[in-house]
Design a protein around this ligand. Sequence first.
Ligand SMILES: [Zn+2]
Ligand SMILES: [Zn+2]
Length: 254
Amino acid sequence: MEIKYNKEIWYVISVLVLIAGVSSTMVSLSPKLSNKYESPMIIITLTLSIINMLMIIRIAVINPGTLIKMTNPPEEPVRIIEVFGNTILLKTCSTCNIIKPPRAHHCKICNVCIDRRDHHCHWVANCIGRNNHRMFIFLLFFLVVQCVFTIGNSIYMIAWIVTDTGLYIIESVLIAIGVLCLWHIGGLLIYHTFLIFTNQTTYEHKKTVFPSGNPFYKSFFKNCTLFWKMVPEENIKEQKPESPAGETQTNNIP
Ligand SMILES: [Zn+2]
Ligand SMILES: [Zn+2]
């Protein structure tokens, strides 16, 4: 899938420019360090920057899980499936004319249904869905690492290396950028870790899609495994738990 050449492309470019600007500033100031620290600092800075920039581009261009639109609506507007012993009602998307699989939702920005849609991220100009959610988590993690490294390096420079006012201001700006980014990206990483542990998507959590309990929730370990494997829910075969009352929970997913 190509990047949609709308205004969101500028979000992606601004993030790439910010990463490139911060890393090139750090590398240009690295000769101030002793020989012992200069090379490792340059290698770590460039490695983190390249990894993050490549991941941003990859997440931006990858197909997040677009479901193919149909010209005519399905004959049956709803379908009932069973996942983890829960009966789930699937509805038709009136725009795409398809019965949405469990956890698929229509994105108004992309104007398509996305499989296991989490949210639409302006910073990568793409939806986060089944195909790119894992890489999105890796991106958040490595961006947090880069923020912590940038802040730590700049504090070290200010405390022991830098003596003139100009460099002091530059390092202070790097710390400010690092703290600001860490505050937002770190918070996002913590939130998404919570979602992984509880087997939810951002959409499901924010919209309270399951007011009577998340039908996809399993154990902590199984939730993490399911996120890693990204198996489509309708393909998950699991024995129905024995219920003495014979009750089944019906979930009406919007
Ligand atoms: Zn749709
Ligand atoms: Zn989208």
